[in-house]
Design a protein around this ligand. Sequence first.
Ligand SMILES: NC(=O)c1ccc[n+]([C@@H]2O[C@H](COP(=O)([O-])OP(=O)(O)OC[C@H]3O[C@@H](n4cnc5c(N)ncnc54)[C@H](O)[C@@H]3O)[C@@H](O)[C@H]2O)c1
Ligand SMILES: [Zn+2]
Length: 359
Amino acid sequence: MKKLLVSIQEKPQVYPIIIGEDLIATVDSLFDFGKYSKIAIITGKNIPKKWLTELQKSLPFESFHILVPSSEKGKTIDTVINIWNQFQKLGMDRKSLVINLGGGVICDMGGFAASTYLRGIDFLQIPTTILAQVDASVGGKTGINFNNIKNYIGAFQQPIGVVIDVNTLSTLPERVYIQGFAEIIKHGLIADRVYFDFVTSKKPKDFNTSELTQMLAKSNEIKRKIVEEDQKERGIRKIVNFGHTIGHAIESLSFETDTPFLHGEAVLLGMIVETKISELTDLLPAEDAAIIYERLSRLGLPVSVGKIKGEDIMKKIKTDKKVVKGQVNWTLLNSIGRAIYNQKVDDKIVEKALATVVK
Ligand SMILES: NC(=O)c1ccc[n+]([C@@H]2O[C@H](COP(=O)([O-])OP(=O)(O)OC[C@H]3O[C@@H](n4cnc5c(N)ncnc54)[C@H](O)[C@@H]3O)[C@@H](O)[C@H]2O)c1
Ligand SMILES: [Zn+2]
């Protein structure tokens, strides 16, 4: 019998990212919600009620809401099971829509619950932290932590759109606000020197709404360009992982302490160490490295890992998802604004670089 070979082209789905003020209150004008059988909003217990109320008011018909833990510790399969149970109880079908309203935890976890329920139903992302607005909601990565390892289980699934309402930043606690700048700065470091200079030109709190809106747009443009080239992270997309190999290890280890780091805080520490690795391997000129250390240290974010030990970080990075056959593939910097991926680095150099944040 003849074998039939069918090849299917993977086509990146195009979806809108809408950025501006008062978008939650006018969301009904942005999408055709009428075609959905039901809408469930997933939001977090710590997220101010006013955003949920505003969203529910602006939807064309009554929606349900599911309240879940909104911190990293709750980003687990147990919470996802709870969400699936509620979807089922609410009678959500393949024509239903999920709206994720919250930070990166809610967008990642809600996106994962939606992309696995009934083999995947539509979801809309409404990120409400800087970090989620510039990073977590773009690129179709959804997921949860597993056995204390960050984002170990997940799926690639595109949302129907992303609504970035700058107003939501007004209710952010200062610590959460500032850590969001880590990912913004990362975008400058890996792709655009002029942008890096702009976003590190003032303290995070000193940017006004119009500058913030511009920044959110620029960061999204940078990430979107990179992701469009490489949906499944087989090549160039790996550059967005700058700071994350060390950052994820520090973040995971900090969950076991009583002072866990926020994602952006851990990524900033990771960027300091990975800048040092880039310098020690002669990829990055010392002058650029000096500028990076100076700018990163005056943001108001932690520059030391506290009680976490260097040897534990070394062990943890070997469990990173990007480790292939025991080899860590590093994303490093060539200069401010240019990154390279798939770099192999000797453990001794990594240990030496860790001294920049392990005190
Ligand atoms: N999928 C991706 O590509 C991607 C990229 C980067 C980060 N992430 C993930 O994102 C997560 C971090 O996201 P995050 O920094 O947004 O943290 P988060 O979701 O934990 O939110 C931080 C805190 O802020 C609260 N909060 C959220 N919005 C608020 C608002 N408008 N007003 C007041 N409080 C608010 C939350 O309830 C939470 O307590 C991590 O789990 C990380 O792995 C994913
Ligand atoms: Zn990140």
